[in-house]
Design a binder for this molecule. Sequence first.
Ligand SMILES: C[S@@+](CC[C@H](N)C(=O)[O-])C[C@H]1O[C@@H](n2cnc3c(N)ncnc32)[C@H](O)[C@@H]1O
Length: 242
Amino acid sequence: MKQLEYSQLETFDTEYVNNNRWEIVKEKIDNDFPDGNFTFLDIGGGNGKFADRLLMAYPQSNGTVIDNSELLLSKNKTHERKTLICDSVANLSKFHQKYDLVCFNWLLHHLVSDSYTQTRQNMFDTVNIAQSLLTYCGRVSIFENMYNGLVIDGLPSHLIFSLTSSKYIASFTKKMGANTAGVGVCFLSKQQWISTLKKSDLQLLAYSDAGDAWSISWVRKLFLHMGKVHEGHFWLSSSSPI
Ligand SMILES: C[S@@+](CC[C@H](N)C(=O)[O-])C[C@H]1O[C@@H](n2cnc3c(N)ncnc32)[C@H](O)[C@@H]1O
């Protein structure tokens, strides 16, 4: 899997799970872990702001943040119930500890290899590895961007991957606003996410839209064949829905 450069990673030092998005995941946690006593693993958890929210809202919880960016991990506040691990998702299969909650907040689209097919496989394999990290009643929480096609649903995913992963046109894609220029990014449409997750070892329990459609210029929309672009949240379990 490719790694983003320092300057590209710096832009991720922000709080992605804001108050509105937090309400979505909090409702799910309150419902499935009513005593608030759970362990969590935030994969690609970066600066740890989401872990901090969990630890504050659930004083009986304990969590681990794993990320392959030392820069982002160094931004974490220390907390007696928080563990930090600097490692790549590529090594997740070596982890043997089990967690009640495994989170992927805007991580999966970064698991880029040289080809689109291998990248999709990385994403799928990583979701499946999460299953092996779950306790019996464990849950997986995924926040992602949904890039739906105007007519051909999966086309923006391919176009954005091809454009951003090319080193030859990296200065152009950077000027176009792609933070991942020269490395690549693999956004999926909502339907692509649903079909990927349904093929996995996990059970999709719920999907929630996590915000309004993004406002994007029509030129960009036409160029990238984009329809509605928005954020969404998936809640999954390792067993059959209750
Ligand atoms: C868009 S940021 C999201 C950060 C965090 N989850 C949040 O919501 O604030 C993507 C994160 O994934 C991490 N990441 C990307 N590829 C990774 C990999 N192969 N292994 C572990 N972490 C990775 C980045 O370092 C970064 O922290």
